[in-house]
Design a binder for this molecule. Structure first.
Ligand SMILES: Nc1nc2c(ncn2[C@@H]2O[C@H](COP(=O)(O)OP(=O)(O)OP(=O)(O)O)[C@@H](O)[C@H]2O)c(=O)[nH]1
Ligand SMILES: [Mg+2]
Length: 197
């Protein structure tokens, strides 16, 4: 009998590529430096509290795969490049990321940046990393609630000068989440014409 699946459920926690689940659906990967808000955003997108959120950077260790209600998967990656992580942990990140993107199943990468920090060094590393892959990328500015109303247009201009169009979201208030969900679906769903080809 087929195992009943709970929406937004954790499918696998992989600390090694050997532990990846069998991937048959498109994968949306969340990439960004430690503490940028990947897991918090994921909880909002999934309407769960399944993903572990932390005050201490480096909360997410392996790649966590979740099943979204729209049929695709989300992959929550560990935070990249946090200064205190060891060389071994950096190598782990690279190995996991290489295996994930090498699977050919990642149809979209959400590249998260902090709305108040146009581009930290690690963000640039992530941008270069993703630019080297043939994966579509959507830039997402997190913690938008921390940008005051009077600062918002200036903050957006600064972000977009570096990243191009960004979707600004707050996992705290839920602002921008519906828009992000729509953008994700628009990018991962096959176009109507292709479906009949
Ligand atoms: N104000 C505000 N705080 C947020 C938001 N999203 C996340 N945070 C806070 O930022 C911290 C880090 O959030 P996480 O979701 O664990 O970040 P992460 O990118 O998954 O971190 P790692 O797993 O360590 O890579 C936590 O203290 C969150 O409560 C947001 O939209 N607004
Ligand atoms: Mg996390």
């Amino acid at each position: 009998m087929k195992k009943p699946r709970i929406r937004g459920a954790l499918l696998a926690a992989a600390h090694d590529p050997d532990e990846f689940p069998e991937i048959q659906s498109p994968v949306v990967a969340l990439v960004g430096r430690s503490n940028v808000g990947k897991s918090s955003l994921l909880n909002r997108l999934l309407k769960t509290t399944a993903a572990r959120v932390g005050r201490t950077p480096g909360k997410t260790r392996g790649i966590y795969f979740y099943e979204a209600e729209d049929g695709h998967l989300f992959a929550d990656l560990p935070g990249a490049g946090y200064a205190r992580v060891s060389r071994a942990e950096r190598e782990d990140w690279a190995r996991l990321a290489r295996a994930l993107f090498g699977s050919g199943r990642v149809t979209l990468a959400l590249r998260l940046v902090d709305a108040r920090v146009p581009e930290a060094g690690v963000d640039r590393e992530m941008r270069d990393y993703l630019d080297g892959l043939a994966v579509p990328v959507l830039a997402v500015a997190t913690k938008w609630d921390r940008v005051s109303a009077s600062e918002r247009s200036r903050a957006r201009r600064r972000l977009e000068a570096v990243h191009g169009p960004v979707v600004a979201v707050s996992a705290r208030t839920g602002e921008g989440i519906d828009q992000l969900r729509r953008e994700i679906l628009r990018r991962i769903q096959p176009k109507k014409d292709d479906a009949h080809a």
